[in-house]
Design a protein around this ligand. Structure first.
Ligand SMILES: [Zn+2]
Length: 356
């Protein structure tokens, strides 16, 4: 089969499109023919260095997969052949205490498809049968396939952060940074569906307009303001109920100050840095809280997939690319000049409309 294989760490050239042996399913696995894969920031980070312990070379990236089951392992019902499904990238034993508590990333047998085991930047990928979430899609409809591939990681992460850890309520005001990222755009949809008032932060006029288009109540353009925290206080008469901070690093201190007394920050990511300094009176004097996101579980994934595939939540796609143009798709992700998810189709499939 054809696959994008990463053989070293570095720039785009470390990964080449070449022929490799197609995977065989383990007893509890299926082989999925890849129809579409959405890009995630981790794909780019892991091209340069080991980010997640357990990642090894040669490596095939691709965490957000939609595909068709073409082969089943010995313990799997053969009737699964032909099923179109999204793939939950989180692999765990499914039976131990942390798995039954739905915190699978703490399982002794934890792995991530596209990170610590081979992912979907290939013609075929082997995944546990229980990781396939069937959806209703035409395997020739590239537009629908792209929208579905955009859902798993961003959808489940946003669901976990806003509703699971954050317990966002309908009458609350939430601040969501980076509304142009796939994750931020998914979060805006979930918060709107919850009935909350959404303030987003973006950089640049075109993203400000897009964020308003997707339904945010208020959009703060960080390039056009001296202090976004002050802007949030002005818009909310004293601070937001919650900031969903999927950025981390030095952004966390500002997130904290943007909340009202008694407000909370849910920390769901560290793309801006693993460490920071906090001015502690900002935390204890107003009685604010910082909550950790935790890992998303099957329930978060199932709820997000339902919301975004049949529940009417909008999925925002930036662009759809042919399999051969993965480098161009990733360059667009690295440029930060995009809005929504960037999707690569499986081998042999072509985007509809705009040719990429
Ligand atoms: Zn387990």
């Amino acid at each position: 089969m054809r696959a994008w294989v990463q053989e070293a760490f570095g720039g785009p050239g470390v990964r080449r499109l070449r022929e490799v042996a197609a995977p065989a399913p383990g007893p509890d696995e299926v082989v999925v023919r890849v129809l579409a894969v959405a890009l995630n920031r981790l794909d780019v980070l892991q091209r340069s260095e080991t980010v997640v312990p357990g990642m090894s070379l040669p490596h095939i990236a691709g965490m957000d997969i939609v595909g068709e089951v073409v082969e089943t392992g010995g313990e799997v019902d053969g009737a699964m052949v032909g099923v179109i499904g999204l793939v939950d990238p989180v692999v765990s034993c499914g039976q131990c205490r942390v798995c039954t508590d739905d915190t699978p990333t703490y399982c002794h047998d934890f792995a991530t498809i596209g990170s610590t085991r081979d992912g979907g930047m290939a013609e075929y990928v082997a995944v546990p049968a229980r990781n396939v979430l069937p959806v209703d899609a035409d395997p020739d409809d590239s537009e629908t396939l792209a929208r579905m591939a955009a859902v798993p990681v961003a959808g489940a992460t946003a669901w976990r952060g806003l509703l699971g850890a954050g317990r966002l309520e309908p009458d609350e005001v939430v601040v969501i940074p980076g509304a142009g990222s796939g994750l931020g755009a998914a979060g805006v949809q979930i918060a709107l569906a919850r009935g909350a008032t959404v303030i987003t932060l973006v950089s640049g006029e075109s993203k400000r307009r897009r964020a308003l288009d997707v339904g945010a109540h208020h959009v703060i353009d960080r390039t056009g303001t001296a202090d976004w925290v002050e802007d949030v206080h002005r818009l909310t008469d004293g601070g937001a109920d919650m900031v969903w901070d999927h950025v981390g690093g030095d952004f966390l201190g500002a997130s904290l100050r943007a909340t009202r007394p008694g407000g909370r920050v849910v920390l769901s990511g560290t793309t801006a840095g693993l460490d920071t300094r906090l001015h502690l009176p900002d935390l204890y004097q107003p009685g604010r809280s910082i909550l950790g996101h935790g890992s998303y579980g099957r329930s978060d994934m199932a709820a997000a997939v339902a919301g975004f595939t049949t529940g009417g939540y909008a999925v925002h796609i930036d662009s759809v690319w042919t399999f051969e143009r993965l480098d161009d798709a990733e360059a667009r992700l690295e440029s930060n000049d995009f809005f929504g998810k960037i999707v690569v189709l499986g081998p042999g499939l072509a985007p509809r409309g705009e040719d990429r």
